[in-house]
Design a binder for this molecule. Structure first.
Ligand code: ZN
Length: 104
């Protein structure tokens, strides 16, 4: 097992997807950059799939710390859309980790 790859402090979560009306998977990407400063619209971010992860970088922040890292557990869908819900879910998980992570 490659446990290092699953460090919660480095990985933000898993890439999720929904199915469109034609039954095709559509990847859901966070609609805001990781620092929460910018809304990620068309050509405002770069998504790169590499080694089983997708890295979503905010072009406005332009730092590695501002990149979402999401594990890709299924073949990457051909299309993607931005999801506010997905963003809030990830932010909530990060908050929970911070609260429950003492002494871990
Ligand atoms: Zn940003």
């Amino acid at each position: 097992m490659d446990r290092q790859l699953l460090e919660p402090s480095r990985m933000d979560g898993e890439l999720t997807h929904r199915y469109d009306s034609a039954g095709r998977p559509v990847a859901l990407l966070p609609a805001r950059c990781k620092l929460g400063r910018h809304t990620l619209g068309h050509s405002r971010f770069r998504a790169v799939v590499r080694d089983g992860e997708v890295h979503i970088s905010c072009l406005a922040c332009a730092t590695d710390n501002a990149s979402w890292r999401l594990a890709v557990t299924t073949p990457a869908p051909d299309s993607a859309e931005l999801s506010d819900e997905r963003y809030f879910e990830l932010r909530a998980q990060r908050a929970l980790t911070a609260v429950g992570g003492d002494g871990a």
